[in-house]
Design a protein around this ligand. Sequence first.
Ligand code: IPE
Ligand code: IPE
Ligand code: MG
Length: 246
Amino acid sequence: MSFWNRRRGAPAAELLPVHVGIIMDGNGRWAKRRGLPRKEGHRQGAKTFRKIAEYASQIGIRYLTVYAFSTENWKRPKEEVDSIMQLLREYLREIERYAEENVRLRFLGDRSALDADIRELMERAEAGSRNHTGMTLNIAINYGGRDELTRAVKSLAQSCIKGELSPVDIDYAQIAARLDTAGQPDPDLIIRPSGEQRISNFLICQSAYAEFLYMKVLWPDFTPRHFDRALWMYSRRSRRFGGLSA
Ligand code: IPE
Ligand code: IPE
Ligand code: MG
């Protein structure tokens, strides 16, 4: 927090979002503009991800959720999907070596479709960082908000069949407890670089009252300065949650 507070014009700590979501978009266009294959855009995007995660943790963000691969991204050519999975593998192997980082790592999404070695690395990363007290970093991979909701509904139905829960007692808290983000606060701010202005199946339940910020910069070019700007814009928003301003 101290780093942020030293910056001239920075918003007060209480105006910082607790949970920030980022739709890491624009890797393909970044590569195309340079005449490079799309996988080079993903490689550069992975570097940006490391930098921004470190920065967010340093300035006191408590939860950061990044959208890395959606349930719809399987529609892309196999070569591109493989290159994204390979980058994930490299990241997971790397963090095993730097386990002293105080970040608590979690993965959102359906893992059953991922390769067994990736699933194991994910489990090890989660188990190894479970007791860390710093920022929670959620990586959404094979994640889709509709898929997440569908899995939650199936789990509710099972509980009803087993007699643990009566359908009349189902409320949003019961649903939220079965989402991949169970126990975590909802995102306050969702940033989408690359100029697209849509949610693309990211945290659709959790973002009910999130502030959205769309930025033109492509994800591989996104820097801590862009993150600062997003936080600043967030601090100027008036959140009402359906009520009236103070
Ligand atoms: C985001 O970049 C990364 C993933 C969706 C995996 P894109 O690959 O979507 O980049 P654009 O949108 O084509 O530029
Ligand atoms: C959203 O980006 C998914 C990720 C960034 C992982 P997409 O590039 O897949 O979204 P659309 O197709 O533009 O909506
Ligand atoms: Mg895209």
